[in-house]
Ligand binder design. Structure first.
Ligand SMILES: CCCCCCCC/C=C\CCCCCCCC(=O)N[C@@H](CC(N)=O)C(=O)O
Ligand code: ZN
Ligand code: ZN
Length: 480
């Protein structure tokens, strides 16, 4: 709605092969390095590096000139530093879709890095730096693929939006939320959305030898819960039996030692394991094919690893603790913040009640700083256009990957600000991820191989064209 309504000229565009010249391949990796070198760090919702964000806006103008000068692409800066591209397709009868990525990155002090985190240095075939996996790779690959298609005179059939938020790492309130309001005011409805949030997972599940593509169809909810204890201050030479610090420490320790219930079976993860069953050796294949019998066993096994544990329950992370004003003063107040990530089968209210029951101490005050429910589960059936387009593109770009399975994103993404536009929200990065690279996201030595980045560009180049092709049934591989 509201997109190029001319109703004419929507002939089929010829398929353009995803082959790039040596010169283009060099230019694309250099463009990513340049993006990494701009320190677009979000420290807090109020503390963004606005100089770097402004510089980034100029940078994408410079490296993707065709995107900015094409007549059927409208560019708008939103909330000053976020960017919305409206690509008007030639066939207004096709519902548009939207690709998301974010400009900002989490802070990266130099300590522990092999190379400075904002150097974008290339070493042993890898480009190093903050944002190379989260999420400048996606942002640059989307614009790069579009630039290359435009240079080849491609005219998209289906309209689409590209929304690039500038504060995803600290809420998305100034970026994604503003873009969302703008699209809402324009009455836009979308066929589907694709965002960051999952990968081709390699080595995350014991005994599963082959990588598989997990497309996240849901996203955990979250609560930032502040616990506070107030006590009368006094001289430390004659302390009371319990201090605010002691009471609060015991309360948060109870929360840490009492995990939220295991909800395995109540989210997409069970479906993924069933789809993966035949990829495991005996007897795991039999166990996973018969979850009606073995569900209690499997759900317990999943708790053993901290990543699979995050997929079966609401997690409880103690992230901040503040108390004390002076070495010889009984502290008047102690505060701690707990970050819960809510399993798709639970709600904010349910988790709050459980947390209060676990703490079970009237001296503790609870303050909800921020909370939202898990995101609805998007369809992954044969009719789900976004899911099937991802599946089709994964099968063509990564023919060695046998399984594409739905999953839950354990982190949060900007896509949660766009739930009004579509029931189909998919989180997927076309990149192989091993547990070690998972730790580098928000950690140290974040890096992407030059080859992986080229493949990401190729994936989007193919995806944009697949979205314009006539819908046709996608053959299922390895169905149960
Ligand atoms: C099937 C078994 C293995 C499953 C393993 C899952 C491995 C994890 C794969 C991907 C998770 C990566 C999450 C990336 C998205 C997170 C984005 C992010 O950092 N968001 C922040 C900020 C925010 N928007 O709230 C966050 O705190 O979550
Ligand atoms: Zn991210
Ligand atoms: Zn992140």
């Amino acid at each position: 709605k509201g997109l190029r309504g001319k109703g004419k000229g929507h002939q089929r565009a010829p398929r353009i092969p995803s082959q790039f010249s040596q010169e283009e391949r060099v230019a694309m990796k250099e463009a990513l390095k340049g993006a990494v070198q701009i320190p677009t760090v979000s420290f807090s919702p109020e503390e963004l590096n606005t100089t770097a964000l402004a510089q980034f806006g100029e940078y994408i103008h410079k490296v993707f000139p065709t995107v900015f000068k094409t007549s059927f692409i409208q560019h708008e800066a939103v909330g000053e530093y976020s960017h919305l591209f409206t690509v008007q397709g030639s066939d207004p009868s096709l519902q548009p879709y939207m690709l998301l990525a974010h400009i900002d990155v989490v802070p990266a002090p130099d300590e522990g890095w092999d190379v400075p985190p904002f150097s974008g240095l290339e070493s042993d075939g890898f480009i190093y730096g903050r944002g190379t996996l989260d999420n400048k790779n996606s942002l640059m690959a989307i614009l790069q693929a579009l630039e290359l298609l435009l240079i080849r005179n491609y005219i998209p059939r289906r309209s689409f939006f590209i929304a690039l938020g500038h504060d995803e790492e600290v809420s998305g309130v100034k970026g994604a939320q503003k873009i969302s309001a703008l699209l809402q005011a324009r009455g836009i409805q979308l066929a589907f959305i694709v965002d960051e949030g999952s990968f081709i997972l390699d080595g995350f599940i014991p005994n599963l030898q082959k990588p598989f593509a997990m497309v996240s169809v849901s996203e955990k909810g979250a609560i930032d819960l502040m616990l506070q204890v107030n006590m009368t201050p006094g001289h430390s030479s004659a302390p009371p039996k319990e201090t605010s610090i002691g009471i609060l420490a015991a309360a948060v320790s109870r929360l840490e030692q009492t995990p939220m219930p295991n909800m395995f079976g109540g989210g997409p993860f069970k479906m993924a394991l069933q789809q993966l069953a035949n990829e495991f050796p005996f007897p795991t294949n039999i166990v996973l094919s018969n979850l009606w019998l073995f569900q209690p066993l499997v759900s317990r096994l999943m708790e053993r690893n901290y990543i699979t544990n995050a997929l079966v329950r609401t997690t409880t992370a103690l992230t901040m603790f503040n108390a004390g004003v002076k070495v010889n003063v009984i502290p008047p107040v102690a505060q701690a913040t707990v970050n819960f990530r809510i399993h798709p089968a639970q709600t904010v209210q349910e988790v709050l009640k459980l947390a209060k029951d676990i703490v079970a101490d009237d001296r503790i005050q609870f303050h909800v700083l921020n909370a939202f429910d898990p995101l609805p589960v998007s369809p992954s059936d044969d009719q789900a256009l976004g899911y099937q387009l991802l599946r089709q593109t994964i099968q063509s770009v990564f023919p060695e990957v046998n399984i594409v399975a739905p999953g839950t994103c354990i982190g949060n993404t900007d896509s949660r600000h766009y739930t009004n536009f579509t029931t189909g929200i998919y989180r997927f990065n076309p990149i192989y991820l091993q547990p070690q690279s998972f730790s580098s996201i928000h950690g140290i030595n974040e890096k992407i191989s030059v080859q992986a980045y080229e493949t990401q560009v190729k994936f989007i180049f193919e995806f944009l064209q697949n979205a314009d092709a006539d819908p046709r049934p996608v053959p299922h591989l390895h169905e149960l």
